[in-house]
Design a protein. Sequence first.
Length: 430
Amino acid sequence: MPNTTTYHLGKNDSYRYTDCGIPPSNSYHLVRSADDGDLPWPGVFFGLAISSVWYWCSDQVIVQRALAAKNLSHAKAGCILAGYLKFLPMWLMVFPGMIARVLYPDDVACADPAICKEVCDQDSCTNIAFPTLVLRLMPNGLRGLMLAVMMSALISSLTSIFNSSSTIFTMDIWRRIRTNATEVELMIVGRLCVVILVGVGVIWIPVVQSVTELFHYIQAITSFLAPPICAVYVLAIFWKRTNETGSFWGLMVGLVVGIIRFAWEYSYTRYPCGDDDKSSKPDIIAKVHYLHFGILLYGIVTIVTVVVTLLTPPIDDVHLERLTYWNRFSTRKRIDIDSDDSAENAPEPMETPKPYQDDYDSLPWYRKAWEWICGIEKMHGEEHVMTDEEMRALEEKQTSIHEDKFWRRFLNFHAVLLMTLGAFVWGFFA
């Protein structure tokens, strides 16, 4: 315990931060009461499941990695490997955090905001637990290696997010605004999008720094924004009646409700432990945990999507072949739903001129350097135009979910083993 906590416990006085320095009695338990302020069991089992389905099944950062697999077996193997690796954070992050609290009670576990302000310039210093262990316990060489690993992991996550966001904006939004955009224009727009995202991230740094517990902040934001996407994703996979209109209004209602909760909650000052009496948050925010809110938001979006879907025309079955869980093995031909649109309503196809070929060599050096930075280089030879048969064959190969019998059984065995190990860990630490 922090020295201030031990001192005031000995004096048996009314020091308001005494209880804040004492670890709670359920510190070693993952399954806690439903009204727990940190990890209520309904939120852990259902709220976190909703956020996890969104991230691991529909988030662009993960989806683009799965789509990079050679075939379905490779994608499943990568997911299973990631599942095995997800056991490591318990020993690489959770236990080291607890160790840091024991080794540095006056720094990491400081209870008095005034003392914490001197240590880490914040009202709480829990966010410095892992860096403190690295900087104070590891030898010089290993310390530098660990810091490099931490920075490389951070950069990898940021580049994935920036690349995914710029791709979505450029290909799904900008191409609708500029149907005849050239390759150079798309490259520039994508890079400008990344610059804007970096600027927004830099502006948001003070907000993140003011958060005393970064993990809870990340999970709260996810619980405010992810459940609508998860609800629509699950409905689209398992209920073929789901249509675009219902999904759209479900997402819009969920987004509005989530943003209202986010803005409402963070419009109030967050007080550290011991100063809870100063908080003026209404009960609808203070007593509804963000994980519980994620469950409620998931239910709201599901209801809205189902109601609007039932009130609007369904999608013809010929457009849904191999797009839901129940008909994923169908061999019938699927007709693209966009092919039903009339020619006058269909967007014009994007015309992408070929990069410089004949006149590329005549460009000045600085123009060539600019083109190289933008990723536009000279093409060698004529571009091969695929025939309709080649396009169909390529599409069939890319969308095939055929698996070798041995590898399918091998992967299914490891999937069951992975779930068994997960259940054991939960039961052991419950």
